[in-house]
Design a protein around this ligand. Structure first.
Ligand code: 5RP
Length: 268
């Protein structure tokens, strides 16, 4: 691996081999997502606890102080919306020159395996890997499921992750699944990070699946809504960090969360 590529990967994956990425890119197809209406305000208290942020160039320029940012994974696919015909019909929205100008540590795009636009999204990945390799910029592939949340099962996820790795992604973001997640990771020769998906009912559920996914081989998370849609997002990200970087158990993470929550209530 060339020095530049290796250096960028080292900005993302920490010396313990783990990573906690905070995605705030949802607006690129969802518009002003709940609790991300003002991304700068959402991000500010969370920034110290994340290893990198996943973000579009528009929100990055408008909402993030360049003097206080963490490494950037630049979202470079898009062109569709929640109200349009097909979320899978994405193109590449941002050129590599722009990624360099923004000092991105990586670029990220969605793959829609099994969709009507499967081929386009896979060729988008291939082209991005070619360009990224030219400039030493890693590509994170996001195995997207669009509205079809039931696709979050091992056979589908393993297929999508393996294809992403075969086409040259340096990192793959996918969903945790209860049954067979270890086969998803084992079949993917590059590091796997887990997304959170829509907010779940209790914090404990998030702690359990993140802990389980790491035990089964994921190197960390790229997890957004279950952090910043929580009423106590700082407590949540601290607890998540304890699991990812501190090997905390779900019970320990819950205790940390409850303590941090008390501190936040007293401060308010
Ligand atoms: C949405 C994304 C997000 O980065 C990804 O879904 C992770 O966020 P969440 O944990 O909220 O699902 O690709 O565009």
């Amino acid at each position: 691996m060339d020095w530049g590529m290796a250096n960028r990967m080292a900005q993302l994956v920490q010396p313990d081999g783990r990573c906690l990425f905070l995605p705030v890119d949802h607006g690129y197809f969802q518009g002003p997502t709940r609790k991300l209406e003002e991304p700068g305000k959402t991000l500010e208290p969370l920034m110290p606890y994340t290893d990198a942020i996943f973000i579009t160039r528009g929100v990055l320029r408008a909402s993030v102080d360049p003097g206080r940012a963490k490494p950037i994974i630049l979202r470079v696919s898009g062109g569709t919306s929640m109200v349009g015909k097909d979320l899978s019909n994405e193109g590449i929205t941002t050129c590599m020159e722009e990624a360099i100008r923004l000092n991105a540590a990586a670029v990220g795009l969605s793959l829609f395996v099994g969709s009507d636009y499967e081929k386009e999204s896979l060729l988008n990945l291939s082209r991005l890997v070619d360009e990224g390799t030219r400039y030493g910029i890693p590509v994170m592939a996001v195995t997207a499921v669009g509205r079809e949340l039931d696709k979050r099962e091992a056979r589908y996820l393993a297929l999508a992750c393996r294809i992403a790795a075969e086409l040259g992604a340096s990192l793959v973001k996918t969903y945790w699944c209860e049954s067979g997640f270890e086969t998803v990771v084992r079949g993917c020769p590059v590091p796997v990070v887990m997304a959170g998906g829509p907010q779940v009912d209790t914090e404990r559920e998030v702690f359990e699946f993140v802990h389980d996914g790491i035990q089964r081989g994921a190197i960390g998370v790229n997890l957004g809504r279950n952090i910043w849609q929580n009423d106590f997002p700082v407590a949540m990200i601290k607890a998540m960090r304890a699991i990812v970087h501190g090997n905390a158990s779900p019970r320990e993470a819950q205790e940390l969360f409850e303590n941090e929550k008390k501190v936040a209530v007293v401060r308010a």
